[in-house]
Design a protein around this ligand. Structure first.
Ligand code: GAP
Length: 514
């Protein structure tokens, strides 16, 4: 099945099974804004808990805060967002559609990579075990041609971004003969900068309203609380402050479902360190964050690092952790070395001294910062994409199953009485009453047992417990495992232990620490 079709299926599965709904749907929706449904919110909360615990439980020197969305507007001037938080936009004159110029070029580079990958896959099939991929890539004329085209375009692109050269960005689009996906034409406007921050007015007009921004990142709430946390928590460098919260960006191109939203959620951690130690900490946090992603078991090959072509105005090193979505490898998390830019800027704009006295060095300095910044919604999408499977069963029927990491699954177990009578529903209720304190349970008595299994597969429930007539005699139930569909007869007293063994968040956390 084409990846585009897989993606469409994932989007409709999310809606049909109560994970994600378009916002304001009865009013025909609101562009790039989504609501999470009854299962979506559970999955999202589990992701957030996993991240929060991995930061604040596994690191004694990382503490959390929850700062306000509204902040003093001077913060965004100091951070550089008022002047520099822009995307380069370009319009197609025929379709009247607006695009990000950098995304058009990135998509073009990805298409060249796809063509190369196809050649490699074809050759691998033809030569079988004797295939030497490195040799093939270094000698095949077609692959070399693609590589040269890519390298040249990429070098021009990186330079244009770093020089903020909008004319050159347009020229790359023209030279690469990139067409508008809607009109198919190459009738492009100039490239212009577009600020992504939303603003609103605070206070009534008669009092003199103040223009405030909806925060485009949660990080600034951490920076402006650096001294509060450091002093009240008696924190010693190195230490980190973590935060989860909403962020808002007026994205030009809002597509690909919850990948690029105008209202989304971030999980950010600012790690304050001594100046000069940033590269060491940058590498450590890169590896730690990659382990967090891989621990979820979606496949190590689905992740890769991608160093930034253009460094943000505050960074001296930056990399993305990308996940292979159905529409290609895409950024899920950024790890940035932000130097002392933010704290210094806030010191300058607020007039307050923001420094740390290091008792070991016996001197004061402005700490440097390593930031890990991850989008909850993008992790959500990576987990759903990586877990979605369509399978044909031995009996010829098919099933759609979400093979979610058990610790993150919205519902951990379903208890299903074989029939709706003979005391089986009551027995099922007793089992739920024993387990509900530890796990989110669901009771289902409607339809055949096969249909009920299918419904639980579709929302990713790792365990189904069937109560039958023998249960009343032997106090045993059948436990069915989602991924293998294997069934085992087990004693009710053992259920808690069996289920906890797999769904406990501790299992994931232990994988990160090794
Ligand atoms: N504080 C740094 C910062 O905000 P960023 O790379 O702009 O860096 C960090 O954003 C993460 O936030 C991204 O890796 C992505 O997961 C998420 N994110 C950014 N824009 C988003 C959007 N429009 N929709 C969903 N997630 C987004």
């Amino acid at each position: 099945m084409a990846q585009e079709d897989v993606f469409k299926k994932i989007v409709s599965h999310c809606k049909e099974y109560g994970f994600v709904f378009p916002s304001s749907e009865i009013y025909d929706g609101l562009g790039a804004v989504y609501d999470y449904g009854q299962y979506g919110v559970e999955l999202k909360n589990n992701i957030k808990k996993y991240w929060w615990d991995s930061m604040t439980l596994l690191h004694e020197n990382v503490v959390g805060i929850d700062s306000a969305i509204f902040m003093h507007p001077a913060i965004w001037k100091a951070s550089g967002h008022v002047d520099a938080f822009n995307d380069p936009l370009i319009d197609n004159k025929d379709s009247k559609k607006r695009y990000r110029a950098d995304v058009l070029i990135e998509d073009y580079l990805a298409r060249i990579d796809e063509k190369t990958a196809k050649e490699v896959a074809k050759a691998a099939k033809r030569f079988g075990d004797a295939f030497d991929e490195t040799q093939f890539r270094n000698t095949n004329p077609r692959v070399l041609e693609y590589q040269q085209e890519r390298d040249e375009a990429h070098a021009r692109f990186a330079k244009a971004l770093n020089d903020s050269n909008l004319e050159e960005l347009r020229q790359i689009i023209v030279d690469a003969e990139i067409v508008c996906p809607i009109s198919g034409s190459r009738n492009w406007t100039e490239v212009r900068q577009f600020n992504l921050m939303f603003s609103t007015d605070m206070g009534s007009t008669s009092e003199g309203a103040m223009k405030v921004y909806l925060r485009p990142e949660t990080a600034q709430g951490i920076f402006v609380n650096f001294l509060n946390v450091q002093k009240t928590g008696r924190m010693k460098i190195p230490f980190g402050i973590a935060q989860i919260g909403k962020a808002f960006r007026n994205e030009i191109v809002a597509r690909q479902f919850i990948f690029r939203m105008r209202e989304f959620e971030q999980m950010e951690m600012q790690f304050f360190i001594r100046p000069g130690e940033e590269m060491e900490w940058f590498d450590r946090w890169k590896e730690t964050r990659m382990r967090w992603h891989k621990s979820m078991g979606l496949g190590d090959g689905k992740y890769r690092f991608h160093d930034h072509d253009k460094l943000a105005h505050y960074a001296n090193a930056a990399t993305d952790i990308e996940f292979e979505m159905p529409f290609g490898f895409k950024e899920v998390e950024g790890v940035h070395s932000r130097t002392d830019f933010d704290l210094s800027q806030h010191e300058k704009y607020s007039g307050r001294k923001i420094q740390y006295f290091d008792p070991e060095l016996n001197k004061s300095y402005t700490p440097y910062v390593i930031e890990t910044s991850i989008g909850v919604d993008r992790v959500f999408l990576s987990i759903i994409s990586g877990s979605y499977c369509e399978e044909t069963l031995d009996n010829g029927e098919s099933r759609v199953v979400l093979k979610l990491p058990p610790a993150l699954a919205p519902v951990k177990l379903a208890v299903l009485p074989l029939v709706k009578k003979d005391g089986l529903p009551e027995k099922a209720g007793e089992i739920i009453d024993r387990l509900r304190f530890d796990f989110r349970c669901q009771y289902d008595e409607k339809d055949s047992i096969g249909k009920r299994y299918r419904r639980q597969d579709a929302i990713g429930t790792p365990y189904c417990i069937t109560v039958d007539h023998d249960t009343l005699e032997d106090n045993c139930v059948t436990i069915r495992f989602r991924d293998t569909m294997k069934q085992e007869r087990v004693c009710i007293d053992k259920l808690n232990e069996i289920i906890a063994g797999k769904v406990n968040m501790k299992n994931l956390l232990k994988k990160i620490t090794g």
